[in-house]
Design a protein around this ligand. Structure first.
Ligand SMILES: C[S@@+](CC[C@H](N)C(=O)[O-])C[C@H]1O[C@@H](n2cnc3c(N)ncnc32)[C@H](O)[C@@H]1O
Length: 201
């Protein structure tokens, strides 16, 4: 299934699944104060459920909200996540299919020996930070892999004044990756800030 097809399915799924049917500890129509927003939690859960990536890598664990969604969305995946701060005592849940590393992308990748099928970047949001994440991850990804970047706003990607859009433009859009916004599901109080990239449109 292509990323665009998954996103179409996610839109329908989000619009119809009742609250409480998911492992995410807040309902779909709430505003969250920790971690990623409610719509993006569900977008990650749904993407993991539909794509079933073998290897998932996340940069920026924080308290583990996004990793709960990814690892529970696809329990057969092997997940790897890192944070430069050790926030393990605040983590909302430790997932059995997930390895947590205190450190940055370089330290994390020492534990990953197979190609990355799905990567989610939500760590250091500076130009240098995202640049390091991408140049480290991209050689470990395949043509069919999918990359999700958080805190991309619904902007004109030709506006390169914000660090995230500038790095993404230079390292992804200028090198043949296509850009798909995650869907904004009906009933959410917050917009999605998840940009997804793939080679297949
Ligand atoms: C916005 S939070 C991540 C939220 C998380 N994805 C969630 O949904 O709960 C960003 C996290 O990235 C971590 N961080 C900052 N720089 C980093 C880096 N270079 N590598 C990995 N993590 C980093 C911060 O310590 C912080 O916990």
């Amino acid at each position: 299934m292509s990323l665009s097809e998954s996103i179409q399915l996610i839109f329908r799924h989000n619009a119809t699944t009742p609250d409480g049917a998911s492992p995410i500890p807040f309902p779909r129509n709430t505003s969250t104060t920790q971690g990623i927003s409610a719509p993006d939690s569900y977008n990650l859960l749904d993407l993991a459920q539909m794509l079933r990536p073998r290897i998932i890598v996340e940069i920026g664990t924080n308290m583990g909200y996004s990793m709960i969604c990814l690892s529970q969305g696809s329990p057969s995946s092997r997940c790897f996540t890192c944070d430069t701060q050790d926030l393990s005592k605040y983590r909302i849940a430790t997932q059995p299919n997930c390895i947590y590393v205190v450190g940055n992308v370089v330290e994390l990748l020492k534990s990953v020996n197979e190609p990355i099928d799905f990567a989610f970047i939500d760590g250091d949001h500076s130009y240098e930070g995202i640049h390091l994440d991408l140049v480290s991850l991209l050689p470990r990804m395949l043509k069919r892999s999918i990359l999700a970047v958080h805190d991309i706003h619904e902007i004109n990607m030709s506006d390169r004044s914000r660090p995230i859009e500038r790095v993404v433009s230079e390292l992804l859009l200028d090198t043949g990756w296509d850009y798909n916004f995650a869907p904004r599901a009906q009933g959410f109080v917050e917009p999605s800030q998840l940009g997804c990239f793939s080679h297949e449109g």
